[in-house]
Design a protein around this ligand. Structure first.
Ligand code: CA
Length: 235
């Protein structure tokens, strides 16, 4: 299956460079130069994945992200942030982005990450290959439907990104076990042991998830920290 990728970037040289590279990898590519065009193209082109610059004319990448996350919950969003915008990474994840890449980025690393995300979509579409496929789970006051990408806490809708759904599904499948940050990077992000990035990405996601799921995020009861190792999901 040929995957569709929308590249949203106002700097022409970066946009064209990305387009060339992704077309060479046999993806179907469309581009947009500003926030409004990004939203329009998402509706018409229905991309599987969006590479979304933060600083854009008309609407910022954050606004676009929030909008698309609501309307197209299954679409994967990777934000492209400038190196100085450390806080914007967290903001991007808050808005429902699945991941972020810091400029200047390595095109090979970006291609690898995109490939890992899209491989997961293909796996999700072939549930027979999954060892244990769960669609609906309930724990504490939280209800999650992985098929519909819907989650609620105490009946109130939660805004979770595709990545957050993946993390929680993974946690659920391994509930009660100690999960290393490296396990998540390998099994969900698709990294290999000799190609492992900083585990801070994981910690940022966990901070966000706790904020959304826990009654008291300073005293978590669902996602527990295991000192020196990683996390444990207590359902
Ligand atoms: Ca820009």
């Amino acid at each position: 299956m040929q995957h569709r990728i929308l590249i949203v970037e106002d700097e022409e040289i970066i946009r064209l460079g990305l387009q060339d590279n992704f077309e060479l990898e046999n993806y179907e590519v469309e581009t947009a130069c500003d926030g409004e065009e990004a939203i329009a193209k998402t509706d018409s082109f229905q991309p599987h994945l969006i590479l979304l610059d933060v600083m854009l004319p008309k609407k910022s990448g954050f606004e676009v992200c929030r909008f698309i996350r609501k309307k197209h919950p299954e679409c994967i969003i990777i934000m492209l942030t400038a190196k100085t915008e450390e806080t914007s990474k967290v903001a991007g994840l808050d808005m429902g982005a699945d991941d972020y890449v810091t400029k200047p980025f390595s095109i090979l690393e970006l291609l690898a990450r995109v490939k890992a995300f899209l491989r997961r979509i293909d796996l999700q579409k072939a549930p027979a290959k999954q060892l244990s496929s769960v669609d609906v789970i309930d724990f504490a006051d939280i209800h999650m439907d992985f098929k519909k990408f819907v989650a609620t806490k105490g009946g109130v809708p939660l805004e979770l990104s595709t990545r957050e759904f993946q993390i929680l599904k993974y946690f659920w499948q391994r509930r009660g076990e100690v999960i290393l940050r490296e396990d998540l990077l390998q099994d969900l992000w698709g990294y290999t042991p000799d190609n492992m990035p900083s585990t801070r990405t994981i910690d940022n996601h966990i901070v966000n998830l706790r904020r959304k799921l826990e009654d008291d995020q300073a005293n978590p009861k669902i996602i527990l920290s295991i000192r020196g190792a990683g996390y444990k999901f207590d359902a």
